[in-house]
Design a binder for this molecule. Structure first.
Ligand code: N01
Length: 548
């Protein structure tokens, strides 16, 4: 039987009792709420944002859009009715379309009645005697829940670099991941953008069109590929809808969770001329295909990777007019080991008269001043608006920020001080009945995230019901299972170019002081087979405990 919603434990402390609390109301949290609630549990979700949508609520910066093989595949798959009735118009929907979709989902499945917005979970402690989570919110609520589901987002804890003089800036200042609700007016303004990752590269061409002047402060040049966004072909959509069960099955079997099979050929199966022809074709098509649909060994064979990188640098040379600017834009890392960026007219933006590129490797920022940015060489860049496109404390940052306390009061921050360790990327020893969606050591950012969130939420739901059927109330992974899982994650990554050493947020390299660890389980579909195996073996690797 579900705990009664909002039931008061005692009148004095006004603690509310629920089966589960979900933190986050993005793709992951919304579906977790739906899935658990439909299965008969009393559940409530909390989100600090003013609306549902998670990352799509916060990231309203100009140019923001899906860069995964998008509509109609970057969406929920659990409801055939939803798939049939929601019309995506582009292959890579923009932020407003994804947010509209998520609002539609919230209404269609009546999620809002159990979502508390503008409410941050301020603390979560496991009460060992009660075998339940004691949760407090910024609205002063106290909740006692058997299960805590953390759908906090992998890219939600923004990274604001500590740059001298920041407080003195007199103009407008924004972070792409915390963009205001109202439109930011760039017309007639001098705008500065720090950062050239996915967010910066999506925003820069759009801002350049409108601003009087745009100055881009670039530390590391990135490989970016034309996004190739286009209107969706209605015949293609209708075919996908007709065969939805097959399409979903293909998604669950493909490496990234999109319904495209992994490439069968290795780069060695083709001559240099054949490879060039294929790269040309895929470059013209745009999107992630050149990296993921060309050859099976792009991310495992250094030679193949270097050849593709050189092909992409040649493309950049064709696109940028000024040789000095071009030189600054040429990337020199192994392509794909940073999160691949897609763009619309990014390189051509540097041919505009109103755009300046500052290479911070040649001349670093010394200080932010009231009127702009001064570099070490003494260059003054006057700015009315300063934009931080400086990314996130990714994958682990939001979990450490929440800092739940487990058995004996251990904090997650302390537990993870030297290693981010989990079992299945979803559970943590000493943190009983806590589940993560898209946690470290899960496929998270390297698999279709809405689909991954569904599969993980359903696994959590089934696990909870298994517990109850067994007359048990608490589930916690063993330290041995945690250790073995860490080895499995590292072994799979070890077969690729991904490692703790890559300069990427994948490995924590972007956050000063963060320890480096590659925290993504590669090979998405295999992860979901592993989850099934664990369940089939009566939740192997876990210890169950009766409610006292
Ligand atoms: O962040 P990033 P992002 N001084 O970390 C620079 C997803 N996403 O928000 O490379 C100067 O990639 C930093 O420089 P460097 C996607 O998964 C998806 O752009 O560290 N510069 C880099 O250039 C993506 O990968 C979509 O040397 C500093 C930039 O800031 C992830 O979000 C759209 C600096 C940060 O790049 C994050 O992307 C957008 C400093 N102190 C984002 N600190 C979709 O379309 C950092 N930088 C779905």
């Amino acid at each position: 039987m579900p705990e009664e919603q909002g039931q008061q434990s005692t009148a004095a402390d006004a603690t509310q009792t629920l089966d589960a609390v979900v933190i986050g109301a993005g793709f992951g949290g919304m579906y977790a709420l739906h899935s658990l609630r439909e299965s008969g549990l009393s559940v409530r979700a909390y989100d600090a944002a003013g609306g549902v949508g998670g990352t799509w609520w916060w990231n309203r910066y100009p140019g923001a859009r899906v860069d995964f093989p998008g509509g109609p595949f970057y969406c929920y798959t659990f409801s055939e009715e939803l798939v049939q009735e929601w019309d995506w118009s582009e292959t890579q929907p923009d932020q407003a379309s994804v947010l509209a979709y998520l609002n539609y989902v919230a209404d269609k499945f009546d999620l809002r009645r159990d979502i508390h917005l503008e409410t941050r979970v301020t603390s979560a402690h496991y009460d060992q005697a009660a075998q339940r989570w004691a949760i407090e919110t910024s609205a002063g609520e106290k909740i006692n829940a058997q299960f805590l589901i953390c759908a906090l987002g992998t890219l939600s804890q923004t990274n604001m670099p500590d740059i001298a003089g920041f407080e003195s800036f007199a103009g407008e200042c924004y972070h792409t991941g915390h963009w205001p609700q109202e439109k930011v007016e760039f017309a007639g303004k001098r705008v500065g953008v720090i950062g050239t990752g996915s967010s910066g590269i999506q925003a820069i061409p759009v801002i350049a069109e409108e601003a009087a002047h745009l100055t881009v402060f670039q530390r590391t040049p990135q490989f970016t590929i034309p996004a190739g966004n286009r209107p969706l072909d209605p015949a293609f959509v209708s075919e996908a809808r007709k065969n939805w069960a097959t399409v979903r099955d293909q998604m669950m079997k493909s490496p990234l969770g999109a319904p495209y099979p992994a490439p069968k050929l290795s780069s060695r199966d083709h001559s240099a001329e054949q490879r060039r022809e294929l790269y040309e074709k895929l470059w013209r098509k745009g999107g992630l295909s050149i990296l993921f649909d060309s050859y099976s060994d792009i991310l495992t064979n250094e030679e193949a990777n270097a050849e593709l990188a050189e092909f992409m640098r040649a493309k950049i040379r064709d696109l940028v007019d000024d040789p000095a600017v071009l030189e600054k834009l040429l990337p020199d890392y192994q392509v794909g080991t940073k999160r691949q960026v897609l763009d619309k007219g990014y390189y051509a933006t540097y041919n505009r008269d109103n755009v300046t590129l500052v290479d911070l490797r040649e001349d670093a920022i010394e200080t932010i001043t009231p009127t702009g940015i001064r570099t070490v060489a003494g260059e003054e860049h006057a700015l009315d608006i300063l934009i931080f496109a400086t990314g996130y404390d990714a994958i682990t940052g939001a979990f450490v920020g929440l800092n739940p306390r487990g058995r004996g009061g251990i904090s997650l921050k302390d537990k993870w001080a030297e290693r981010f360790s989990t079992y299945l990327g979803m559970t943590i020893p000493e943190f009983p009945n806590l589940f993560m969606i898209h946690g470290p050591e899960s496929p998270s950012v390297l698999f279709n995230m809405p689909l991954g969130a569904e599969l993980q939420s359903d696994w959590i739901r089934d696990c909870i019901h298994y517990l109850r059927e067994q007359g048990q109330g608490v589930i916690e992974p063993t330290a041995a299972a945690e250790e073995a899982w860490g080895q499995e994650v590292a072994e799979i990554a070890g077969q690729t170019m991904f490692s703790a050493d890559i300069d990427s947020w994948y490995s924590g390299a972007n956050i000063p002081g963060k320890h480096r660890q590659f925290t993504v389980y590669l090979g998405g579909p295999n992860f979901y087979r592993r989850l099934d195996e664990v369940a089939e073996k009566n939740y192997e690797g876990f210890v169950l405990e009766k409610v006292y």
